[in-house]
Design a protein around this ligand. Structure first.
Ligand code: 13P
Length: 254
């Protein structure tokens, strides 16, 4: 049985003081049954990780800490970068890797995503590997080809026993921050496709890997998405910035 997972990707929003308030407010709106049903993850900017970690520890919250990016080298002359071991030491459990904004704006290739994914695993954390097509790729009928090649490149050489514990997020680029969600049927069938591709890399891993949908997830569309067999949760951007709204997404069945 795969446990559902809902992760808030705060992107470049919230200083550390705001982040403390956000995670505290979120925790007030959740109860034990929420944590039992769903793994709840927040991914603040790097500068807020330590503050949010302190709140999580001090208040004994079951909210898990995530980071939005990482460098794959472990140390050295990489000015401005953050190593996997630094995140692990901070109690970071999940790391978003290969987000389309990093691929498009910061030139992250599948090869880099693969190196980062391996480094995250090596450091004992769980990667949330993002894939997804552009609008024109979808219009041209290439959405599955794009996702297939992103998965093959990003997950190359990862052994099946490790592959089963990773998280993949399908985020169609045209649905990110646009208010245009993929229909639950389209999102569901692409997540089925993702699981099938994982199965072709490792038959054993396919049923265990958690596949998330991301792209304009909100309290109004989450239940329909979660009803799909192969969608195990959401990677939520804008709707995770307001604790009330994010709590409504997390408590989608109520
Ligand atoms: P939005 O939910 O704001 O569309 O962002 C999705 C996303 O990119 C999450 O990583």
């Amino acid at each position: 049985m795969r446990k559902n997972l809902i992760a808030g990707n705060w992107k470049m929003n919230a200083n550390h003081l705001e982040a403390i308030q956000m995670v505290q407010k979120l925790s007030y709106r959740l109860d034990l049954s929420d944590y039992e049903r769903v793994d709840i993850v927040v991914c603040p900017p790097f500068t807020a990780l330590r503050s949010v970690q302190t709140v999580i520890e001090a208040d004994h919250l079951a909210i898990r800490l995530g980071a939005q990016n990482v460098e794959w080298h472990d140390k050295g002359a990489f000015t401005g970068e953050i190593a996997p071991s630094m995140l692990a030491k901070l109690g970071v459990a999940f790391v978003v890797v290969g987000h389309s904004e990093r691929r498009q704006l910061f030139g992250e290739t599948d090869d880099i995503v693969n190196k980062k994914t391996r480094a995250i695993i090596e450091a004992g954390m769980t990667p949330i590997v993002c894939v997804g097509e552009t609008e024109s790729e979808r219009d041209d009928g290439h959405a599955e080809d794009v996702v297939e090649s992103q998965l093959a490149g990003s997950l190359a050489g990862i052994s099946s026993d490790v592959l089963r514990s990773i998280v993949v997020a399908y985020e169609p680029i045209w649905a990110i921050g646009t208010g245009r969600t993929a229909s639950a049927d389209d999102a569901g069938s692409m997540c089925t496709f993702v699981r099938r591709q994982i199965g072709s890399l490792s038959p054993d891993a396919a049923e265990d890997v958690r596949v998330l949908y991301g792209g304009s997830v909100n309290p109004g569309n989450i239940a329909g998405l979660m009803a799909k067999r192969d969608i195990d949760g959401g990677l939520v951007g804008g709707a995770s910035l307001d604790p009330d709204t994010f709590a409504s997404v997390i408590r989608y069945w109520i």
